[in-house]
Design a protein. Structure first.
Length: 251
């Protein structure tokens, strides 16, 4: 379980997160939606301290971390339990697809090169890219690069995988292959997934919980199908109305 309590973050006078409280159940897929600038990515990055929030607590299973006072040891322990998939892939350009997956296994998990290679090959197969193991990122499509990013995250056996708009940098025809990979991961891997996305159909079909954010606040949360079909808040209704017909197929 992840519980976020009173998470606050400001940049100067701009308060980006205004006391976020939410619980992400163990093994669930939770999707965060909302307009640009609503604080979605800042919240996600705050969970594994890519950005440090100003106030609040993060609880992950038996760990309870005060973000304001968190030590290097606590941050390291939290990062050991999480993995992140970035919108811009963040692959090492001088390493092959296989080596990109191996990197974290060697550096973070302290596996031998042989052990890391064996495990990386398993996850290359899981994302359907065994034949691309020797390819460098520049030789791969955007969708393939993102699937390598997902394989890299899965291979670390994290408690939680954080997805930061994983399809936003892709050409429209490549979005489907990445979403399909995420769907398979949700079915096969028993870890908690927290996904910032605009893919409403993915939320409807895969997610257990959906959170709508605006202005640094959680406006509404609930089951995706119920929120899409009958949002309780007017602001949620207006936001989803732009997507339901096109992306969710709901009239």
């Amino acid at each position: 379980m992840i519980a976020l309590k009173n998470i606050q973050k400001s940049y100067g006078d701009n308060q980006v997160l205004r006391g976020i409280d939410c619980t992400i159940p163990t093994g669930s897929v939770t999707v965060i939606i909302g307009p640009s600038g609503s604080g979605k990515t800042t919240l996600l990055r705050g969970i594994n301290f890519l950005e440090r929030a100003d106030k609040g607590e993060i609880i992950l299973d038996d760990m309870q971390v005060d973000v304001e006072k968190a030590t290097k040891k606590e941050i390291h322990a939290l990062r050991q339990r999480t993995a992140m998939v970035f919108q811009s892939y963040n692959l090492f350009q001088n390493k092959t697809a296989l080596e990109n997956i191996m990197e974290g296994l060697v550096v973070v998990k302290k596996l031998t090169q042989a052990q890391a290679k064996e495990k990386a090959e398993v996850y290359l197969e899981k994302v359907g890219l065994v034949e691309k193991g020797s390819f460098y990122p520049t030789q791969l499509s955007g969708g393939q690069q993102q699937r390598i990013g997902i394989a890299r995250a899965l291979a670390l056996d994290p408690k939680v995988i954080l997805f930061d708009e994983p399809t936003s940098a892709l050409d429209p025809e490549l979005v489907g292959e990445v979403l399909d990979t995420m769907k398979r991961a949700a079915e096969e891997v028993k870890c908690t997934m927290l996904v910032v996305t605009h893919e409403i159909a993915f939320a409807r079909d895969v997610a257990d919980q959906m959170i709508f954010m605006e202005g640094g606040n959680i406006v509404e949360e609930g089951r995706p199908r119920e929120m899409i079909q009958a949002p309780q808040e007017e602001r949620t209704r207006k936001f989803l109305s732009r997507f339901t017909l096109q992306q969710a197929g709901i009239c």
